[in-house]
Design a protein around this ligand. Structure first.
Ligand code: FES
Ligand SMILES: [Fe+2]
Length: 396
């Protein structure tokens, strides 16, 4: 009852805001942040709200679990923990990408123990029931002695899975909104980035002692950049944000990069452009001096630089802890060049990431205090305010 009253309170203030997506890039203005305040304390510390988020958001929405090139060959698989479930994401012999609950149809045992691997079939470690990579049960010792037992009735339980721009999404809902419908507002928007072809060169996992929403709010503004990221601010002015998605589950826009500079430790480009060289006349200029930041509700941050793409997955572990998986993607041909220097970008953003996680952890500590009360967002925090509104809507 208490929780419901809080949601209603926030939703009504959200309703007074204009709910629309503005197609053209625009400078962030005061309009959308005016009057908005940060969320009340319980949204960051309450186990009950955390459980409700797991049910209403992480068990119902499309969630990013990886990229198709992570499992490039038939037989490649990885295991993903989603809202308390263990899922197997595998490429079968066709080769189609499929998802299954990691639950043996015999006595329920976890089938895959390894985080990732390559296999001709998936065999349960308990009594050796064996499943093809499309989920069919193909081996069950002594079960032919059981009257009326039919292997065909005991395939691994599938999970809803779909691809968007090469990224793999799953949805635990029984009948989710189709993935294509969910991503319809972004249809074609990123196609010139060739995201589906990119290869992850590096993955870093961060265990952050802060509520997952703080990372979204942090990602959505650069008001904090001059103090928190002096190095980033030197090459990408903190006040250069222009947003084209300002309301709804997809939010963000671009920031400028100083002429001839790159978001790397050295300041030089570290790879060939992710869009390919010389094939992209229409977007040529914007691809050189802009970095695009988009949040995809509820667990993806997509950061597109001229020569690399960084993607964060956010996995809430408790009200006060979040696992963040960060991948750095490059053009598939980038590694063939002698001047390929991915560490230059990885080190830059690993440093910047850690600066962000540190202030998020400090926020978590302060928000947990009895002295905390929602504070006013500034004119440079319209996107965090919009993200909060979408969150409140999703919580019903
Ligand atoms: S529980 Fe998997 S084979 Fe018995
Ligand atoms: Fe930051």
């Amino acid at each position: 009852m208490l929780l419901r009253a809080k949601y209603t309170l926030c939703a009504s203030s959200a309703d007074s805001m204009p709910a629309k997506i503005i197609p053209a890039f625009r400078k962030t203005t005061e309009t959308f942040a005016a009057g908005a305040k940060t969320l009340p304390q319980q949204y960051f510390v309450s186990p009950e709200i955390f459980a409700e988020e797991q049910e209403r958001i992480f068990s119902r929405e499309w969630l990013l679990v990886g990229h198709q090139n992570q499992i490039a060959k038939a037989g490649d698989y990885f295991v993903s923990e989603v809202a308390g479930e263990s899922l197997i994401i595998a490429r079968d012999q066709r080769p189609t990408i499929r998802g299954f609950y990691n639950v043996c149809r015999h006595r329920g045992t976890r089938v895959c123990e390894d985080a990732s691997g390559h296999a001709l079939a998936l065999q349960c470690p308990y009594h050796a029931w064996t499943y093809a990579l499309d989920g069919r049960l193909i081996g069950a010792p002594h079960m032919d002695e059981v009257p009326e037992f039919e292997k065909a009735k005991y395939a691994l339980h599938p999970v809803n899975l779909g691809l968007w721009e090469g990224f793999i999404f799953v949805n635990l809902a029984k009948k989710p909104r189709p993935l294509e419908e969910w991503f319809a507002p972004l249809a074609g928007k990123f196609s010139h980035w060739n995201l589906s072809r990119l290869r992850s060169v590096k993955r870093v996992e961060y265990d952050v002692k802060a509520n997952w929403k703080l990372m979204f709010e942090n990602y959505s503004e650069c008001y904090h950049c001059p103090g928190v990221h002096p190095m980033l601010s030197k090459v990408s002015p903190y006040d250069s944000a222009e947003n084209d998605l300002t309301e709804g589950p997809f939010l963000g826009g671009f920031m400028r990069i100083k002429k001839g500079k790159s978001l790397t430790m050295s300041g030089d480009a570290c790879a060939i452009p992710v869009r390919g060289e010389g094939k992209d006349q229409e977007h040529e200029q914007e691809g050189k001096d802009r970095v695009f930041y988009y949040s995809i509700f509820p667990n993806m941050l997509l950061s597109m630089h001229p020569e690399y793409v960084m993607v964060h997955q956010l996995w809430p572990q408790s009200p006060e802890r979040t696992l963040i998986v960060c991948d750095w993607f490059f053009h598939p041909e980038a590694a063939k060049r002698d001047d390929f220097n991915p560490e230059d970008a990885i080190e830059f953003w690993d440093l910047t990431n850690r600066q962000d996680w540190h202030v998020c952890e400090l926020s978590q500590q302060g928000i947990a205090s009895r002295a905390y009360e929602p504070g006013p967002y500034s004119s440079r925090e319209s996107i965090p305010a919009a993200w909060d509104r979408e969150y409140v809507r999703r919580m019903g």
